[in-house]
Ligand binder design. Structure first.
Ligand code: ADP
Length: 632
């Protein structure tokens, strides 16, 4: 009997298989079951038009047998089978070796993702077996053949007396080592859970004889004597897979409960999802999807550890647990799965990333999520606000990141707390409620709402009846800056130099006053030794004596946020100290304007006061306190 050599490429793939790390090895079962299911598919299809097949739909099945004594695992199917030639061609070479090509081009180490995430077909059997025997009889052929191999050394093909059409694959498992217990794959429980994990939705039954234990029947006498129960084993055939995936069922067959139950089971979340969507896309790209929005952010959601992604199935077979490419970062909270018939099992992660089909699916999914969120915002405000509390931050990051590339898509999902009753409003609601003469969308930043409410800068705006958006998250102002405008209305920080509300008469008046007191204002600024860019008379203050604003691109809030980041380079907002010319403090200042020393003390006091109102750190609390006492 001649031992044949594998083709060179196949040999390399085999070697790679054999040395792959253990956690990936379990997928061999998925691969063999998928092949069996494909073979059954082919014969079943034939049976619809060809009576000589002699099988009805219910007759088709994949069987799994384990035998601990001989350490063998057997997978059989009554599918189309393989001829001698097919055994030679299909199992001697790798038809589509995309994975292998990728591997050789990119020099990955052994712990690469290819095997773990993607199918590499029949060869994966060698990850767990020292010997693989395939006995097959093709439909329409009167002879059966046996293909045997112990790995890289080659294979033999001989005749066999198998009577029924189909294929039988026997794996003689590798010996256990300290780290790797191949014997596990003889364990019924392990097999059952692997089938559940990877092959639950294979559309033909996957059957196994499972051993159960039951108490033996007792005689009346034994019962009376209270004899302890004895147990006996019995064997029962079980179908291990549930066959029809939920997402392939008709929507009208399914109740809300079914979807929610599936979610809590599959994604290990105690809380029901806030929203779900069942997508059946029949055009291009064709796919089914179940998408869920959780009601709460997972504990690690806003950390680096969190991994986004949807489960990816190819025709009911799991090929990837967290396919990150299916979700943009700003929708990373979405859980669910995608099943597409157009994706091949034998595809590596990197190839998948560039797969056009996958890209089209991702795009379509993004559209669906956006539409669902908008629908929720429109029809179920309460729920949307709940959603916003859990994941709004992520959406705001989305507006700001990637240089604002996605802002147009996301801007209508945004919500901010409004100065009107502290309710959450959308930008659209804000703009719709704007006063006729109002030029800008106003916003104020601060650590929390009550701090912002007390900012002197907001006084005049509120007095005019203008709504202000309260921004309390670090990312908020960056997001707003990325937007720049919403429906042609510019955003304006309440601390900005020109709020667009000043009436011209008053402006003139203040300008005149500033000129009149220009020496004093300059002295005030000088005495603050570079802490402020300048000291001016304010047009925005009503009752408060002072406030601190900024000039230029970087605001005080941005300075705070950016400088809190662990980078060397610190940014600096150009501070402007504004003094209320209507306040009696202004008269006081004028009265001491000739006394430079005293003026300097007032300057320090007012500046520190403004810092405190802004919620910023003051440089020297002791000096501040001493100054107060001294001037009192
Ligand atoms: P793939 O399934 O991706 O084509 P495999 O290496 O798993 O790659 O299998 C190679 C080929 O061998 C299959 O395409 C199929 O034609 C054949 N084959 C494998 N297993 C079976 C089986 N159980 N019954 C019939 N043909 C099979």
């Amino acid at each position: 009997m001649e031992t044949k050599q594998f083709k060179a490429e196949s040999k390399r793939l085999l070697e790679m298989m054999i040395h792959s790390i253990y956690t990936h090895k379990e997928i061999f079962l998925r691969e063999l079951i998928s092949n069996a299911s494909d073979a059954i598919d082919k014969l079943y299809f034939k049976s619809l038009t060809d009576d000589s097949v002699g099988l009805k739909k219910d007759d088709f099945a994949v069987w799994i047998y384990t035998d601990k004594d001989s350490r063998t695992l057997k997978i059989t199917d009554n599918g189309i089978g393989m001829t001698e030639e097919e055994l030679e061609n299909n199992l001697g070479t790798i038809a589509n070796s995309g994975s292998l090509k990728f591997k050789s081009e990119n020099k990955l180490d052994e712990d690469n993702q290819i095997i773990g995430q993607f199918g590499v077909g029949f060869y994966s059997a060698f990850m767990v077996a020292k010997k693989v025997t395939v006995i097959s009889k093709a439909f329409g052929s009167d002879k059966a053949y046996r293909w045997e191999s112990e790995g890289v050394d080659g294979y033999t093909i001989t005749e066999d007396d198998k009577k029924s059409v189909g294929t039988e694959i026997t794996l003689e498992l590798l010996d256990d080592t300290d780290d790797e217990k191949y014997g596990e794959f003889l364990d019924e429980y392990r097999i059952k859970s692997l089938v559940k994990k990877y092959s639950d939705y294979i559309r033909f039954p996957i059957k196994m004889e499972v051993t159960h234990s039951r108490p033996k029947e007792q005689t009346e006498e034994e019962k009376e004597q209270n004899k302890p129960l004895e147990y006996e084993d019995y064997i029962e055939v079980e179908t291990l897979n549930s066959m029809v995936p939920l997402w392939k069922k008709n929507k009208n067959e399914l109740k809300e409960e079914d979807y929610k139950h599936f979610y809590t089971e599959k994604f290990y979340d105690y809380n029901e999802p806030i929203k779900y969507a069942h997508v059946k896309n029949e055009g291009m790209p064709s796919y089914n999807a179940l998408l869920y929005i959780p009601s709460k952010a997972p504990f690690d959601y806003y950390t680096k550890e969190f991994e986004k992604g949807l489960q990816l199935y190819s025709n009911g077979v799991l090929i990837m647990d967290k396919c990150a490419d299916l979700l943009p970062d700003y929708f990373s909270f979405v859980k669910g799965l995608v099943d597409s018939e157009d994706l091949s099992l034998n595809i590596s992660r990197e190839i998948l990333q560039h797969d056009r089909q996958l890209k089209a699916i991702a795009k379509s999914i993004e559209k669906t999520i956006t539409a669902e969120l908008k629908k929720m915002l429109k029809n179920d405000r309460e729920k949307y606000e709940e959603f916003w509390k859990a994941f709004g931050l992520q959406i705001k990051f989305g507006v700001y990141s990637d240089f604002g590339m996605n802002k147009d898509k996301l801007q209508d999902l945004l919500m901010f707390t409004s100065s009107n009753e502290n309710k959450l409003v959308t930008l659209d609601e804000y703009v719709t409620a704007m006063r006729e003469e109002q030029k800008y969308i106003y916003y104020a930043t601060g650590e929390n709402i009550s701090r912002i409410e007390h900012l002197p800068q907001t006084e005049l705006l509120k007095d005019k009846g203008y709504e202000i958006l309260y921004l309390t998250d670090n990312v908020d102002e960056f997001a707003i800056k990325s937007l720049n405008k919403y429906k042609d209305k510019e955003f304006k920080n309440v601390s900005a130099d020109d709020l667009g509300i000043e009436d011209t008469d008053k402006k003139e008046e203040i300008k005149a006053k500033e000129e009149e007191n220009s020496d004093m204002l300059k002295n005030l600024a000088d005495s603050l030794e570079g802490k402020v860019e300048k000291v001016i008379l304010s047009q925005r203050l009503k009752s408060h004596p002072v406030c601190l604003t900024s000039e230029g691109e970087i605001t005080l809030e941005m300075e705070k946020v950016l400088n809190a980041m662990p980078t060397e380079q610190k940014v600096h907002a150009k501070r402007v100290l504004e003094i209320n010319p209507e306040h009696e403090i202004f008269e006081k200042l004028k009265a001491v304007s000739d006394n430079k020393e005293k003026l300097a003390k007032y300057a320090k006091l007012l500046y520190t006061q403004a810092l405190l109102i802004e919620g910023m750190n003051i440089d020297d609390p002791v000096e501040f306190s001493n100054l107060i006492c001294e001037l009192m």
